[in-house]
Design a protein around this ligand. Sequence first.
Ligand code: PLP
Length: 345
Amino acid sequence: MNNVFDNILGLIGESPMVRLNEVTKDIPATILAKLESFNPGHSTKDRIALHIIEQAERMGLLKPGATIIETTSGNTGYSIAMVSIIKGYKCILSVSDKTKAEKIAYLKALGAVVYICPANVPAEDPRSYYEVAKRLAEETPNSIYINQYFNELNIEAHYQTTGPEIWKQTEGKVTHLFACTGTGGTLSGSAKFLKEKNPDIKVIGVDADGSILKTFHETGEIDKSDIHPYQIEGMGKNLIPKALLFDQIDEFVRVNDELAAYKTREIALKEAIMGGYTTGAVVQGLVQYAAENPFNDTDLVVLIFPDHGSRYITKVYSDEWMKEQGFTNNLVHNYDEVFKTEHIK
Ligand SMILES: Cc1ncc(COP(=O)(O)O)c(C=O)c1O
């Protein structure tokens, strides 16, 4: 039999790449997007969920009927819930209240128990999703806490899969790698592998306006004045994750909610790739970087597109949501022309 798998987990990894032809056409380099939405859980987080859970099994930490606990903005939760079903574990997730209802519905559809916690409290506040997950892990017998922000297996998952895939897919010709950083695992693990192959590869992290990561990379200091609420889910942080290897990253660019939102919509309209909000953010990061650091036609740039747009239907893909945010100053599209819906009565 060909292309047949024992269960859904067999489909994790080996995500395809697609050339961007329109949204980056002013940049002379070859730009390839690695589409992590082709994982069965529709995001890059399938890789870490499978790797961390299987590593825990190998170490004898997971007994039958165990409970797996995690903090997540949605994607990691979906992936853990998916792996838990196939492997017979229970799954408890604490999520931020920035997470849209449809993302939570996805988690519940896969049998997860979900705790919704306030986003805009310090990480050490007992109501934060970090602290809630920690408490639940302490209170629940026969449980493990994945702790993706502080788990080095998060980096290892990408070191063993995403990095080698990028090397193989580009036949070793990749010159630049861009990814949004949340836990930092995707970029750190991929970068570590790729820089071992070729130390000249430039690695650029995309941070959120409202997050401390870019300043920390440049100064080694946490600047609390950087911190403010923002809308993009899954990237940027108000703490320093251990899964982020700052020394593997050459530079950070910081993108804001508004420009990332326009770019997400533009990618859907011009490339027919309906990515999540951080898909727009990574392309926006490339555009900003390219304005300061010109590329040439021998450069081969890989962008990680972390997840699928179906999880953002009531957010960045909702015209009403865009207008509520004040994101109406779109230089690329005329809202009335492009975002028009006609009702025939
Ligand atoms: C939508 C989305 N994009 C990007 C990222 C960043 O990936 P990483 O945590 O590996 O840095 C995440 C992580 O939570 C995410 O959910």
